[in-house]
Structures are given as C-alpha cells and as structure tokens.
Design a protein around this ligand. Structure first.
Ligand code: FE
Length: 346
C-alpha cells in the first residue's frame, strides 16, 4: 500500500518535472515580420512551452526539411503563401492534424483538404492581392478587375514583381481557377505587353515605383501598402498618399486572397506541443495580433479587429473575397509556370 502510493507520487513527480523542464517546440518560420516576437513570447508565457526558432524564406524551409528528412528537429512550420504550403504538402513534409479547435476556428476553404481525416496545413491569416494606381493619372474604374491589368488600354503602365514569385503564382493560379487556362494565358500575355519595365523588386518596390512615376499601376499584397500608410516616416506616407487602391473584381468573383499558414512537421517529436501552438495562433488574441501588428486579416470566425489602415483601404467596410478552396491555387501552379515561360513573363 505504502510502496504503491510512494511509487505513484514518484512517477507523477517525474512526469511533472519532465514536462516543466523539457517542453519546447522547434519552429521553422518564413514569417518575415519583426512584430511577431510578442506573438511567440505570449505563447511561452501562457503554456510554459519554449520556442526555438529557425528563420528562412518559404523555399529555404522546404529545402531544409527535405535535406533533414527523418532527422529533422522541426515541430511546426509557418509559411507565407498558399502555393508553397501546397508544395510542402505534396512533398510529404507535413503531418495531417485533427483538431476540433482548428476546425471550428478556421473556415474549411482556408484549410488544406483533409488527408486521412486531418488537414495537412491551416491558413492562419489572410492578405489580399490588390491593385494600386497613380491617383493623378489613372481612373479606378480602369483597374478595378485583374482582367484589366492585361487590357491594351493599360499599355506601358504596369509594374509587377517576377511572375514566378509565390504571391504571383498563387494569384495566377486563382485566376486560372476562375477563368480557365486559355483566358488566363491570354491575360498573362496581355500583362507582359503592358509592363512599364521588366519585373524586379518586391511588392513595396512596385508601390514606390508608382509614386515615383516609373509606372502607373502595380500589384501588391495589402499589408505592404498598410505598412506604408502606418509608417512614421514622412516619405513612406507620401508614397501611400500618391496611390489609390482597389480590391479587384468586387462585381464578379471577388479579390484574390492568399494565406500565411502553419503545419505540423512530418517528423515532429512534440506533436502535442506543435498542435497547441497552431491552436494558439488561431485563438482570438493571436488572430487580433495578426491584424493589428502585421496588417493582415484574421482567419478565425467572429474575430473583430481595429486597424485604421485596413479600414481606410477598404473604405471602412468589408470587401468581397474569392471563395475557391485555397488548395486549388497551389494545384494550378505548375500549369501557370508553363504559361509564364510561353508568354515570356519573367
Ligand atoms: Fe510578404
């Protein structure tokens, strides 16, 4: 009797001290946002689980996971684009997760299609791919659809980053889902004909190029514009003031929305901690954080946010976003890349 009680106490004591001393997750993150620090430290404060972080871009993380194979220490993977998340899934780098918390918080269209009952990855925040334009030279109604980016009326006006960047592959993959392959290829060809210069730089560079008069129309993720709008530097504010923004295709299929999202690594040694972290990222406090610190929109249902820049961009209200399943966007990228090669979209 005594011995049994002693043993039980000893075992539970060991389990408790082990849990307290050893709990950590290894996070491979492509979120390139300095403001995410608070997000991670709040998780550790709430759960006692420490986070060891490895930062790289989407492609770097996928390459590293493949190279490490079964020996990979990764538990959680955060990537910033649906096409890349899809690619990670295709390459078998993720472990499908069944979680009531994640299923209830995140709409099905923003999670990967389940495999053996679990989702291989989950969208955690959304960003719209919007069109900005020179307010002095371009009318909003001439750029209020993606289709018009390839219309001859916009010849010589367009600035856009390289076609094979994931943000563009995802946009083009979405357009292919809406218009079909033939119209999409003609559209891409039209955009090449409309370029003011060969693609170069990131999204912010395209916005700056419009403000500098190098081009009149550009394509960017919404948070880059919001960042300029909220910047404390007068020169950034001046850039934001010069450009107008449209959320394209409000009258048809809606604006293309991409996700930053997360997955549990295939060979995670702390699956429970990894799922806990993803569930934390879908919680109202973390979702609010995505909206207010990095100017993204929450994926979780019923989370309301107060972000002055996002409000100003959307005219105070909501915008209509596309409703295609986010997995379809990744599945189209191989065909899109072939089209880009054929039409000479660098
Ligand atoms: Fe980005």
């Amino acid at each position: 009797m005594h011995r049994k009680a002693l043993l039980a106490a000893l075992l539970s004591g060991l389990a408790a001290s082990g849990a307290l001393a050893e709990q950590h997750i290894n996070l491979y993150s492509a979120r390139h946002y300095a403001t995410d620090e608070a997000l991670y430290s709040d998780f550790t404060k709430a759960t006692g689980i420490k986070i060891n972080r490895v930062d790289a871009d989407d492609a770097g993380i996928i390459a590293r996971l493949k190279a490490e194979g079964e020996a990979s220490p990764a538990d959680v993977i955060l990537l910033v684009d649906a096409a890349r998340l899809w690619r990670g899934e295709q390459q078998g780098l993720f472990r499908p997760v069944q979680s009531k918390v994640l299923e209830e918080a995140i709409p099905a269209s923003l999670r990967a299609t389940p495999v053996n009952g679990g989702s291989p990855w989950f969208g955690l925040s959304t960003r719209a791919r919007v069109i900005v334009y020179d307010k002095a030279k371009v009318k909003a109604e001439d750029v209020d659809t993606y289709e018009e980016l390839g219309d001859p009326k916009n010849k010589g006006k367009l600035c856009i980053r390289t076609g094979s960047h994931p943000y563009n592959l995802s946009l083009f993959g979405a357009v292919m889902e809406h218009l079909g392959p033939e119209k999409t290829e003609a559209w891409l060809k039209g955009m090449v004909a409309n370029m003011a210069r060969a693609p170069k730089g990131g999204d912010t560079d395209q916005i700056r190029a419009v403000a500098a008069g190098e081009c009149q129309i550009a394509v960017t993720n919404s948070y880059y514009l919001a960042r300029l709008m909220r910047s404390s530097k007068p020169e950034d504010k001046a850039v934001a003031d010069k450009v107008g923004v449209v959320f394209p295709n409000q009258g048809t299929w809606g604006t293309h929305v991409n996700v930053a999202g997360g997955a549990v690594a295939k060979h995670s040694k702390n699956v429970e901690g990894a799922i806990k972290f993803l569930e934390y990222l879908a919680s109202p406090s973390a979702q609010n954080y995505f909206a207010n610190a990095n100017n993204e929109w929450p994926v979780a249902k019923g989370v309301n946010t107060e972000n002055p820049a996002l409000k100003a961009m959307t005219g105070g209200g909501q915008f209509k976003s596309e409703t295609i399943p986010i997995s379809a966007v990744g599945a189209n990228q191989v065909k899109v890349q072939q089209m880009l090669d054929r039409v000479g979209f660098k």
